[in-house]
Ligand binder design. Structure first.
Ligand SMILES: NC(=O)c1ccc[n+]([C@@H]2O[C@H](COP(=O)([O-])OP(=O)(O)OC[C@H]3O[C@@H](n4cnc5c(N)ncnc54)[C@H](OP(=O)(O)O)[C@@H]3O)[C@@H](O)[C@H]2O)c1
Length: 484
């Protein structure tokens, strides 16, 4: 970065708190949460007096849990960090395991500010909220108590509303943090700065200059060990209801008057409410068959452990959304995500309109390619702008150049989970979902989900391609441009 950074808010001097991780033995906790907490601790973003209670179903001593973490996280889990962690067995069918945890934290004088992170299977969220509430852990007596839940926020509109009612029976809205770690990624946060702290892009940010927007989140991984959840969810619930629609909202929203959580949320909700219900032609889905990724053979989705052999669950979708408002009417926002695709790429591609008149038309064989703005989230967080220039030399040839700005190697190493955790601890809600947004996105997706239910058998695409054939061509064009 050239020039001094201006910080909007950078809370320093964190307050001491107790962080309770429910589901501490699971994948998310071990791969993401504890390394993020260890990083915050190492950078002094967690107060020295803070304590962490790791909770799981199995019997385990403090020491054996610490060695589980120490082994898995290498250098990040230092002995100083591990000393802040204790382990407690919790069982939702034994209410007393929650009251003994509360008593243990009180008896040991742990900080009264409490953050409960539910790193649990979604089916357990309601039980966990009830047990915490019934043990009095949602009460705030001069201190704060917050609960963090991970996506998915329900399975559909009705279940999302039910989950919300249960949470609200024990916690106030201000205590509930519905996390979407995509929103804490560097480039995603930068969309708002890029759009609203620069005067040069906003005049072009509309249907007059922008022809299409593509939002791409392709994965090389298959379903792995998550078949039980994934087969009942599918790609629309797993990626579109949360991450992709959030990115769409940030890209399309009107400028809020202030950079404040409620105002930013209000503008995002307006986008969700302006989405035209998707028609059948707006959706293409597929399911991965056997193939090869990076030269290694991989199994078909239906041959993965835990997946029913006759499953019709889509592992790929392309959903074209239209925002029915003055700024965006008629501009397609093409959202794409899938598993076992050729490369892992998360990117927004803003396609500008072609030049209105080409004075080079008599000397060029092809049309002049359109300008594109690439907002890369993975790999290589950064922003690129493609434009035409004269290729150096005696002949008059046009070539495409990509002007790039990379975030790689910048920053203090705090990852998306670390950033989201800091905001939870500070009560800053900008990165989190609000219930009305969740309901609006489920409402929008309902016709697409119903359409998926009717699309059996699924279109099969070979693992290692970019989805069913017409989609493969289109996605290859989006991917290729960023690699120049
Ligand atoms: N993994 C990721 O990268 C990721 C990314 C985004 C969101 N998420 C979300 O984060 C949540 C956790 O995912 P995960 O991948 O970590 O799942 P996971 O590996 O299956 O771990 C779940 C944890 O919950 C515990 N648990 C399971 N069933 C329980 C029950 N009936 N009662 C009490 N505890 C129970 C497990 O304990 P045992 O070890 O005893 O089984 C384990 O500690 C899910 O909602 C998921 O959708 C995960």
């Amino acid at each position: 970065m050239n020039g001094a950074a201006r910080c909007l808010f950078d809370p320093t001097g964190p307050a001491a708190c107790t962080i309770v991780v429910l589901g501490a033995t699971g994948d998310l906790a071990r791969r993401k949460l504890f390394p993020a907490l260890a990083g915050l601790f190492a950078r002094g973003r967690l107060a020295e007096e803070s304590r962490i209670m790791a909770c799981g179903r199995r019997m385990m001593s403090d020491e054996s849990f610490r060695s589980l973490l120490g082994g898995g996280n290498g250098a990040t889990a230092t002995p100083e960090f591990l000393r802040h962690i204790s382990y407690h067995r919790l069982d939702f069918s034994e209410a007393e395991t929650f009251s003994t945890m509360a008593a243990r934290m009180r008896a040991d004088g742990w900080p009264a500010n409490r953050l409960f992170y539910l790193a649990l299977p979604p089916a357990s969220y309601e039980d966990a909220a009830k047990c915490l509430g019934n043990a009095g852990l949602g009460r705030e007596d001069g201190n704060w108590s917050r609960i963090v839940i991970e996506k998915p926020f329900g399975h559909d509109l009705e279940s999302a509303r039910r989950l919300n009612r249960t949470l609200h029976a024990h916690f106030r809205e201000e205590q509930i943090f519905r996390i979407d770690h995509y929103l804490a990624k560097e480039t995603v946060q930068n969309i708002l700065v890029f759009r609203f702290a620069n005067a040069i892009f906003e005049p072009l940010w509309n249907r007059q200059y922008i022809d299409s927007v593509a939002i791409l989140a392709t994965e090389t991984l298959g379903v792995g060990s998550r078949a039980a959840y994934y087969d009942s969810a599918g790609v629309l619930r797993d990626m579109f209801q949360n991450h992709l629609l959030q990115i769409l909202a940030l890209t399309a929203m009107e400028p809020p008057a202030r950079f404040e959580a409620e105002q930013v949320q209000d503008e995002k909700i307006k986008v969700f409410r302006s989405l035209k219900p998707p028609g059948e032609n707006d959706l293409a889905t597929g399911q991965y068959g056997a193939g090869a990724i990076d030269g290694e053979d991989v199994a078909a989705y239906v041959d993965e452990p835990g997946v029913p052999p006759d499953s019709a669950t889509p592992t790929f979708a392309r959903l074209t959304a239209y925002i029915d408002n003055w700024r965006w009417r008629g501009v397609p926002f093409v959202m794409i995500s899938g598993k076992r695709l050729r490369k892992k790429i998360t990117r927004i591609v803003i396609g500008f309109r072609s030049v209105p008149h080409s004075m080079f038309r008599d000397i060029l064989a092809d049309d002049i390619p359109r300008n594109r703005l690439l907002i890369n989230i993975y790999p290589g967080e950064g922003i690129g702008l493609s434009f035409q220039s004269k290729a150096p030399g005696g002949r008059f040839c046009l070539g495409e150049e990509l002007m790039r700005f990379d975030f790689a190697g910048q920053g203090d190493g705090t990852d998306a989970y670390g950033r989201a955790l800091i905001d939870c601890l500070n009560g800053e809600r900008l990165l989190f979902w609000r219930q009305d947004g969740i309901e609006a996105t489920w409402k929008y997706l309902e016709p697409a989900l119903a359409c998926c239910g009717r699309q059996a058998p699924p279109v099969i695409y070979p693992a290692g391609t970019y989805g069913p054939p017409p989609e493969h061509e289109y996605i290859s064009s989006l991917v290729g441009e960023g690699e120049r």
